[in-house]
Design a protein around this ligand. Structure first.
Ligand code: SF4
Ligand code: SF4
Length: 626
């Protein structure tokens, strides 16, 4: 059996995270120890999804919608071209080379570059699912990564020389020394270079099991980088996070061979990613509240107002804030889309009269929503997809988001902001007749951790009286697949003595259903806590309840059904696992990068299992009785 081959005793210690200590172990020891019995090489224990695919045009298995549950091999289901896939692979490769330098320079006390730290996170963000499809942007990312790497190389070599030591092997080979022999303008060359350094090449070395765990680490780092970019936009940064990123990437490249091939150590590194992501989400939570105020339950208007308009999609609330400042008093109405809807729960955003309401649903509906919106549309971050011709010239990308041929905008550039407002004024906007076509859905957002904490006594009393038998977290990402109806059906199947916490765009599966209130407490049974960026809040709620009940998180009447889609969700999942949270149900399908053997090991250690998409009622039953 797979698990019998794992010998490594995994240990987690995250000294900077008091939170971990509180949740994991009431006595304060934040250790996870998992000891497995014997040591065998594991790589051959499961059939490689990738091995069966000989020399495909590309290979990517980083998201849930990956082709045939194995990997996208000609073009991404998301629309990512083989060329962009190769350029992203090359970018990740050179960033690993940069990290090899940065980690050593940090250890020698000669590293300091906030600009590089920010660049690395942004570049990682650009490679997430549904972020950047513009092949023309990637040579510049690659060039910058090489330049930052080489900036650190000279002082590093000098430091080794001064010590009288030869350069370590990792600095003399692979991504540490990759050079753009034909420059950055030769796309075919860059693409060919990218084809040499992707998932399949690594799998030849590590085998599917260990490679999958290593890529889980990488995808988790991508996710935490995305969250860190959001936090930085709010002025929140912790240099320790970047140091961890370099250390983790360096581990993937240059740890001793025995360590790189050690499944236990690789799993531990993935958990460390999760622990670091907790810190990042804490920063994000803090930044949102400091800049935008404390979330408050808020009715969101979904009937458009007559007038000129701009739609903002993605997650970046700072972008929205910037836009609202510029549109206030201009007569241009700003609407949120997708994951921007939680903007309405922040008092300092809601105070703008130009924030007119919400338009449309989750990201996968954008081809309908954007096509029917009579104004410019901004994609601040993910999830954006190749636009239809009907709205292509109205779409703008921001930050590290990109679509080839679609205008890219810097909202902090006054000239570009002016052009955007002129564009909005040149379009029809909503007339009174069109505006009335849209139903006024009753959507309420804003049940942040503070609101729930205020009602903690009521919740605890309801638990004690039996009025509340279970708190179910049903949240995360959404997507277009029919099987995601599972999450709707699961929520519908829950008895009335259940509270449902949701966040992320998975909320759109639930937020038009009337779940009523919990007994006579007046608390709505469905509580929308915000974006996927607000998952930290759900963890804090669990911690608060556990503290009050003098127990740990796994002893709470709490079940988690996580709807995952992309790499932010991987980071959140790893955060939960780093806290020792058990019995998470994950769906709609399990990640393709986790082989059956690794899933078995994760099930054994954490009780993490796939949702049963055909039988949500049985999963519900399981939640209540296991
Ligand atoms: S991001 Fe997802 S859909 Fe896109 S190429 Fe990768 S696995 Fe396929
Ligand atoms: S929650 Fe995930 S799937 Fe939904 S918009 Fe955000 S990144 Fe995309």
């Amino acid at each position: 059996m797979f698990r019998q081959g794992i010998h490594r005793c995994m240990r987690l210690y995250s000294p900077s995270l008091e939170l971990s200590k509180g949740i994991l172990n009431r006595n304060g020891a934040a250790y996870i120890r998992t000891c497995y019995s014997s040591q065998k090489r594991l790589a051959a224990t499961s059939v490689s999804n990738a091995d069966t695919l000989k020399k495909p045009d590309m290979f990517c298995y980083q998201c849930e919608q990956t082709k045939s549950r194995r990997g996208c091999v000609t073009v991404g289901v998301c629309g990512k071209s083989a060329q962009v896939a190769a350029l992203q692979d090359l970018l990740m490769y050179v960033i690993k080379g940069l990290a090899v330098h940065a980690n050593r320079a940090i250890n020698m006390g000669i590293y300091s570059s906030e600009a590089c730290d920010t660049f690395v996170k942004k570049a990682m963000f650009s490679t997430l699912t549904n972020v950047n499809f513009d092949q023309d942007r990637f040579p510049e990312y690659i060039r910058q990564a090489v330049e930052y790497r080489d900036e650190f190389r000279a002082p590093l070599i000098a430091a080794y020389t001064k010590r009288g030591e030869p350069l370590c092997e990792a600095l003399t080979q692979g991504p540490a020394v990759w050079k753009p022999e034909k420059g950055y303008d030769d796309m075919e060359y860059l693409e060919n270079e990218g084809h040499k350094v992707g998932v399949l090449e690594d799998q030849q070395i590590y085998g599917p099991d260990i490679n999958g765990v290593r890529y889980m680490t990488l995808y988790g780092i991508k996710g935490l980088s995305a969250y860190a970019c959001h936090a930085e936009a709010l002025g929140e940064n912790d240099p320790w996070v970047s140091k961890f990123i370099y250390r983790a990437l360096d581990f993937l490249v240059s740890a001793k061979k025995a360590e790189r091939f050690d499944l236990g150590l690789n799993l531990q590194m993935a958990l460390d990613v999760g622990a670091t992501n907790l810190r990042v989400m804490e920063l994000l939570d803090k930044g949102h509240r400091r800049i935008l105020g404390t979330p408050t339950p808020t009715d969101v208007c979904t009937t458009p107002k007559e007038g000129k308009c701009i739609l903002v999609s993605g997650h970046d609330l700072v972008d929205l804030h910037t836009l609202l400042k510029s549109t206030e008093g201009t007569g241009i109405n700003v609407y949120t889309h997708g994951e921007m809807m939680p903007a309405h729960m922040y008092p300092k955003l809601n105070a703008f009269k130009s924030l007119a309401g919400h338009f449309g649903g989750a990201w996968q509906n954008q081809k309908i929503d954007f096509a029917t919106f009579p104004g410019p549309v901004l994609a601040s971050t993910n999830c954006v997809i190749e636009p239809l011709r009907s709205y292509r010239d109205r779409l703008y990308t921001l930050n590290d988001t990109g679509i080839h041929g679609v205008r890219h905008l810097d909202l902090h550039n006054p000239t570009q902001m002016k052009q955007l407002l002129e564009h909005a004024n040149s379009l029809s906007g909503f007339d009174s007749k069109t505006a009335k076509k849209y139903d006024d859905r009753h959507l309420v957002v804003g049940f942040g951790r503070e609101v729930i904490a205020q009602h903690a006594d009521t919740v605890i009393n309801a638990v004690k009286s039996g009025d509340l038998q279970r708190i179910c977290v049903i949240g995360g990402c959404d997507g277009s697949e029919h099987k995601r109806n599972y999450f709707t059906n699961l929520a519908k199947s829950l008895p009335s003595q259940t509270l449902i916490l949701t966040m992320g765009c998975a909320k759109y599966r639930l937020n038009t259903i009337n779940f009523g209130t919990l007994g006579n407490t007046g608390i709505p049974r469905l509580l929308d806590m915000g974006q996927c960026n607000d998952s930290y809040g759900a963890i804090m709620v669990a911690k608060t309840l556990a503290d009050i009940l003098d127990t740990d998180i796994n002893s709470l009447p709490l079940s988690i059904s996580l709807s995952w889609f992309e790499q932010k969700a991987v980071a959140v999942l790893l955060s939960l696992l780093s806290l020792g949270v058990k019995n998470i149900k994950l769906g709609p399908i399990m990640p393709a990068f986790l082989t059956p053997g690794v899933r078995e090991a994760l099930d054994e250690k954490f009780g993490i299992v796939p949702v049963d998409i055909r039988h949500p009622d049985e999963d519900m039953d399981d939640m209540f009785h296991n």
